[in-house]
Design a protein around this ligand. Structure first.
Ligand code: UD1
Length: 417
């Protein structure tokens, strides 16, 4: 069993190059299915979720090669429209392959993704939207069998909630559909714009990504292309938190600060000093952080749910009491019991967490319960006195490209056994 060990209490100083965004690369890899030619994707992070996506693509008949941070996918010879159950279970977000497989093959078979560490994650919005676009869907024995007699039909879709995954699936289904698709109340996350940029560079006609109305003019077919993935704003926030919790100074390179406005707000509220340039952020503090009375997770451009655990870890050593309200996922607080093992004083009830800042944390043996919760434990371990051991780190490997090497490079005493 792999584990991370940390000797806490070291100030962190230096520069970190921020990896490409997990939530961009996954839909972009799904989108390569539509292209029917060679797609070269740069700035691809080395993550277990990327490995799983590559295995899904190979299983469909695509040729894929991974060299450093470049992935090349050629979907010319796709010969299968099914995602095996074990790959679906490994990565819940493989549901984003549905729209692309359907559009390319006219058929898709996959197992229902079911629940995950963050609570139930229904896909009703994905399915009802695809149905409106002419797809017939049968759900039997946990399997989804989707077919489309002819080309998918362009439609107007009014989402009752701006789901990121549903918006992506509709875009993927609509890019080569017959006619125009309009998505009202679409998700506005920067990763949606990255997917649209990728598809447009492959010949799609997608307008308005990043706003709440996206219009997609279906084209006959797409072609191969080159694309570079945008930086990961949640990973950037994680390393910023590592710096300020330990009274250090870190310059993040290859970031897009314009995508991080609500995150930068939170760091400034905590009393950290930030210097923002076009592609870099320098953050520093003397380790004395202030509370934030209330923070609510919201859809973009609001405070991201994925950064909730990172902020809560930070607030656990801030002066005073803070409140965090989780509005996106039902049970996102599983990691908090682990955070309390460091001596953090946090109470949760439903969607609310009340964090009473303590002066210091002490080392603990803890277990990751999910990806960002795992990152929160690493942050606590970095500041805690003594040696922390963190197990079940496969959760962290889903979203962080070499977190141990990166933190070591700025002075953390951290290793992986
Ligand atoms: C994506 C991100 C995830 C992030 C989330 C919210 C990826 C790979 N993952 O997840 O990191 O935390 O956006 O920013 O990009 N919902 C329904 N029915 C649906 C779809 C969603 O009820 O058909 C609900 C979900 O249960 C959840 C909320 O809507 O409560 C948000 O989900 P959604 O925006 O779809 O998130 P994901 O695409 O799963």
């Amino acid at each position: 069993m792999k584990e991370i060990r940390i000797q806490g209490g070291k100030g962190l100083f230096g520069e970190i190059d921020i990896q490409g965004a997990k939530n961009s690369i996954l839909p972009v890899l799904a989108a390569t299915i539509l292209c029917g030619g060679e797609c070269v994707i740069h700035n691809c992070p080395n993550l277990s979720d990327v490995d799983t996506s590559v295995r899904i693509l190979r299983n469909l008949g695509c040729s894929c090669s991974v060299e450093g941070n470049t992935v090349t996918v050629n979907s010319r010879d796709i010969n299968c429209c099914e995602i095996p159950d074990d790959l679906m279970r490994e990565m819940r977000s493989s549901i984003v392959f549905l729209g692309a497989i359907l559009a390319r093959c006219g058929k898709a078979v996959l197992s229902s993704p079911g629940g995950c560490e963050l609570g139930p994650r229904p896909i009703d919005l994905h399915l009802s939207s695809l149905k409106r676009m002419g797809v017939s869907i049968k759900e039997e024995h946990g399997m989804l069998s989707c077919t489309c007699e002819s080309r998918i039909k362009g439609e107007t879709i009014n989402l009752c909630f701006p789901s990121v995954g549903a918006t992506e699936n509709i875009i993927l289904a609509a890019a080569t559909a017959d006619g125009i698709t309009t998505i009202n109340n679409a998700a506005k996350e920067p990763e949606i714009s990255d997917l649209a940029d990728f598809l447009n560079s492959a010949g799609a006609r997608i307008y308005g990504a990043g706003s709440d109305t996206i219009v997609i003019h279906g084209v006959e077919k797409l072609h191969g292309t080159n694309h570079s993935i945008i930086p990961d704003r949640i990973v950037a926030a994680t390393y910023m938190a590592a710096a300020v919790m330990n009274g250090g100074e870190i310059k993040l390179k290859n970031v897009m600060p314009s995508n991080m406005v609500s995150l930068l707000w939170a760091f400034n509220e905590c009393g950290c000093k930030t210097e923002v340039n076009c592609r870099s952020i320098t953050v520093k503090s003397n380790g004395e952080l202030k509370r934030i009375p209330t923070v609510r997770s919201l859809v973009y451009p609001g405070f991201p749910t994925d950064a909730g655990p990172i902020l809560i870890s930070m607030l656990s050593i801030s002066k005073g009491t803070s409140v965090f309200v989780e509005n996106i996922f039902e049970s996102r607080y599983k990691y908090i019991d682990e955070l309390k093992r460091f001596g953090a004083k946090i109470k949760t009830e439903g969607k609310v967490a009340v964090i009473e800042g303590v002066r210091k944390l002490s080392a603990a043996n803890v277990r990751c319960t999910d990806l960002r919760g795992g990152a929160a434990l690493v942050l606590a371990g970095l500041v805690a006195e003594g040696e922390t051991k963190i197990s079940e780190i496969h959760h962290i490997e889903r979203g962080y490209d070499d977190i141990v090497g990166t933190l070591s490079s700025v002075g953390a005493i951290i290793s992986q056994e």
